[in-house]
Design a protein around this ligand. Structure first.
Ligand SMILES: CN(C)C[C@H]1CC[C@H](N2C(=O)NCc3cnc4ccc(-c5cc(Cl)c(O)c(Cl)c5)cc4c32)CC1
Length: 341
């Protein structure tokens, strides 16, 4: 097994294990060349068993989904027994813990977070994906109150586009849409809207709209769609929740309507700007220059190397430099003359 770690330990200093999902463990690490912190999701192929396709799904989705409110995949290292996903580090931990620590969020803060969630999901839908497991545990905070969506293991990109019905019942029960828990076929984007309604309720109330330790009873409550409206909810938030938590998916608010919703625009007065600020199509010239100088190659050569998007060290360095540009830090690569390997 040690040989499985050789490549990753050459480039990263592995640190503590922070979380272990079902079939994966997540370690914090430092990218040795740049000194930048990353998170590395480590999976054992044998232990994955028939969950391996789910990992391939997540990797494929994350390569296509590059957005300021989606956790960035920097590099993938596959060895005989292991798969390593090098990911953007999110020091603020889970939104779930943030809500619990504050009991519930004030309306302004809930709106600020929810606008970021809507932007990320609108972008995913635009790219033809449905996330299908939206919940506060899958939203991480980075160092400046910015949310990053994680865990695309259940993401679906129906071949026939976003209108195509999906079959697999998945995600976490408390956030699952009525049509999904009824075992009927469903539209991924409509189910995501419902889950975002449950998420908004959790942000504003600090507890779930539908809850029961007995899953069958929970499903009944979801299918009925009745939930408490705590007295502190304002009329605007009550109205939006009612539009999102519509049992009939055809009556549910659409993403288009959500982006212009009055309650969401309060205090911002502009519709939610959901497009990506860091699309792969538009390379950042400063990052390319910095890398070209470091590798002692022309900008053209460096551009071509990055454009291959091999999710190797080159991809990782580009994204780390871009992240630094984004949050105003200027990361300098140490002066070295070794040409690009
Ligand atoms: C659903 N929960 C239980 C899962 C936990 C797993 C550990 C996480 N975590 C910490 O515990 N502390 C620090 C920390 C810092 N940066 C992270 C960056 C990315 C990911 C990440 C990204 C993707 Cl795409 C993914 O699929 C998975 Cl599993 C994790 C986790 C980070 C993290 C929090 C969520």
């Amino acid at each position: 097994m040690t040989s499985d770690y050789d490549e990753v330990t050459q480039r990263y200093r592995l640190q503590e294990t922070v979380g272990s999902g079902g079939f994966a463990k997540v370690k914090l690490a430092t990218h040795i060349l740049t000194g930048e912190k990353v998170a590395i999701k480590i999976m054992d192929k044998k232990a994955l068993g028939d969950d391996l396709p789910r990992v391939k799904t997540e990797i494929k989705a994350m390569k296509e989904l590059v957005h300021q409110h989606i956790c960035t995949l920097y590099e993938v290292i596959e060895t005989p027994h292991k798969i390593f996903m090098v990911l953007e580090y999110c020091p603020g931990g889970e939104l779930f813990d943030y809500i619990v620590a504050k009991d519930r969020l004030q309306e302004e803060e809930a709106r600020m977070f929810f606008r970021q969630i809507v932007a990320a999901v609108a972008y995913i839908h635009h790219k033809g994906y449905a996330h299908r497991d939206l919940k506060p545990e899958n939203l991480l905070l980075d160092d400046d109150q910015s949310l990053k969506l994680i865990d695309f293991g259940l993401a679906a990109k129906p071949k026939g586009g976003m209108k195509e019905q999906l079959e697999t019942c998945c995600g976490s029960p408390a956030y699952a849409a009525p049509e999904l828990v009824s075992g009927r076929s469903y539209i991924g984007s409509e189910a995501d809207i419902w889950s975002m309604g449950v998420l908004l309720y959790a942000l504003l109330c600090g507890f779930l709209p539908f809850d029961d330790e007995n899953v069958a009873h929970l499903y009944k409550k979801i299918q009925k769609g009745d939930y408490e409206e705590p007295r502190w909810l304002t009329p605007g938030s009550r109205h939006l929740l009612k539009q999102m938590l519509q049992v009939n998916p055809k009556k549910r608010i659409t993403m288009k309507e959500l982006l212009r919703n009055q309650w969401l625009m309060q205090g911002f007065d502009v519709p939610i700007d959901w497009d990506s600020k860091c699309e792969k199509e538009q390379l950042n010239a400063d990052c390319i220059t910095e890398m070209a100088v470091y590798h002692n190659v022309s900008k053209k050569e460096m551009t071509n190397a990055v454009k291959k998007w091999e999710y190797n060290e080159t991809t990782c360095i580009y994204f780390l430099l871009l992240a630094n540009k984004y949050n105003g830090r200027t990361l300098r690569l140490p002066h070295k003359t070794k040409p690009l390997t």
